[in-house]
Design a protein around this ligand. Structure first.
Ligand SMILES: Cc1cc2nc3c(=O)[nH]c(=O)nc-3n(C[C@H](O)[C@H](O)[C@H](O)COP(=O)(O)OP(=O)(O)OC[C@H]3O[C@@H](n4cnc5c(N)ncnc54)[C@H](O)[C@@H]3O)c2cc1C
Length: 383
């Protein structure tokens, strides 16, 4: 007889590992399959921005819930994963941007997220290392940054310590629906694993898993181009972004400056992604334009990762529109790191209680059947 679980999870990124932990905490038997290592794909190689500011209204309830978990990581997973509420400063290039930031501040306020609008002179006074070219900014003090390398593995370890069966180097090759739920076949193993509920957190491979179970949705790949410098003396406080997207910059506790802008290339079938030299050079120019003191700092490494992108730039989070017992969370479109801890909580609730108190209706897969693409965060998106 093959093993049987309440919940099987495909994909050990942050969304899947968080789902495993939350589901174990709720008492379910859980098995998670990760083809490589937990957190080795997008969840482990991202920029590390943990921001609520700049998000689409459909994501804000999840972002809000996640933010509470980010503060509580030490007690939840035994490490703070270098999460620091350094704040997130979104810069305005023009008066029109300032208008957008003010409108977004109202939206954030309706979710109890506080942001301050800084006029040009105050921006200059409080953040003198930012180039004096901006019309102003919006500052969200409780946003911040974390070390992506640490987070998904910490959730996986905590889930395993609570009894979740976390299987790394374990590729799910085929899934079929059965009377009791789902049967999963793993590479090199003829006996299927059984589970009552199935969670699809397969990242850029999520749509392929969904399609194999009858849920058709378009998912493309994207590969944000990342750079890191040598460590320098403390210079940059908050995580910096810009209205309408473009360059984003943060300084780690160790002194390195991480920045990103533009896209590299990725092939999700070959599991390969690489940054592009011309994009890196442009990103470096943009970084210096934003923080002139970076001009003489040595760039030591560039990288990217494989991320799923949905046509409207918002993830799919929620139950399958066609199959009972199946739940999806994938296609985070470049901004799922901050959301990951709460995505796991919501998935666990959906699996075990058929309902989550967190509003996710705007992220339903069925939105693609009903209406044209939503716009991305009112032009405010950046990592
Ligand atoms: C370079 C970069 C920078 C980013 N910067 C930010 C940022 O600053 N802030 C932010 O909020 N977000 C950011 N993101 C986005 C964020 O990293 C992702 O949205 C998030 O990590 C997605 O998590 P996930 O668990 O859905 O996917 P992943 O981390 O990709 O995990 C999915 C896992 O599923 C596994 N898998 C797939 N198919 C199978 C199978 N058949 N069997 C077994 N395992 C399988 C894969 O191996 C993978 O490990 C960035 C992304 C990238 C790539």
């Amino acid at each position: 007889m093959s093993a049987s679980f309440d919940i099987a999870i495909v994909g050990g990124g942050l969304a899947g590992c968080a789902a495993a932990l939350h589901a174990r905490r709720m008492g379910a038997s859980v098995i998670l399959f990760e083809r490589g290592r937990c957190g080795a794909q997008a969840s482990g190689v991202n920029y590390g921005g943990v921001r609520q500011q700049g998000r689409h209204p459909a994501e804000l309830p999840l972002a809000r819930r996640s933010r509470a978990i980010w503060s509580n990581l030490q007690s939840l997973v035994g490490s703070d994963c270098e999460f620091r509420a350094t704040g997130h400063l979104k810069l305005a290039r023009s008066d029109a941007d300032m208008h957008d930031l003010a409108a977004h501040r109202e939206l954030l306020g309706s979710h109890e997220i506080h942001a301050e609008i800084l006029e040009r002179a105050e921006l200059r006074l409080r953040f003198p290392y930012v180039a004096p070219i901006y019309a102003g900014a919006s500052f969200c003090p409780e946003d911040g940054q974390a070390n992506p390398r640490l987070v998904a593995p910490a959730f996986a370890r905590a889930a395993r310590a609570l009894g979740a069966d976390i299987r790394e180097c374990c590729l799910v090759k085929e899934i079929r629906v059965s009377e009791q739920g789902f049967l999963l076949w793993l590479a090199g193993d003829p006996s299927p694993v059984r589970a009552r509920r199935l969670v699809n957190t397969a990242g850029a491979w999520g749509a392929a898993i969904a399609a194999s179970l009858g849920d058709q949705v378009e998912e493309a790949v994207m590969a944000p181009n990342m750079c890191v410098t040598e460590p320098i003396a403390p210079l940059i406080g908050p995580n910096l972004g810009i209205c309408g997207g473009g360059i984003y910059i943060r300084q780690t506790g160790q002194g390195s400056v991480v920045f990103g802008s533009g896209l590299g290339i990725a092939d999700q079938h070959q599991l390969k992604a690489r940054p592009l030299a011309e994009v890196t050079c442009e990103a470096a120019r943009s970084a210096i334009a934003m923080v002139p003191a970076l001009a003489d700092v040595l760039l030591v490494r560039t990288w990217t990762g494989i991320e799923g992108r949905m046509p409207d730039g918002l993830p799919v989070v929620g139950p399958s529109p066609t199959l009972d017992g199946l739940f999806h969370a994938f296609g985070f479109s470049g901004h799922g790191f901050q959301l990951g801890p709460a995505v796991g909580a919501v998935l666990a609730e959906l699996c075990l209680e058929d309902h989550s108190p967190t509003e996710i209706d705007g992220l339903s897969m069925s939105r693609f059947e009903k209406r044209p693409a939503a716009s991305d965060a009112a032009g405010l998106h950046s990592a």
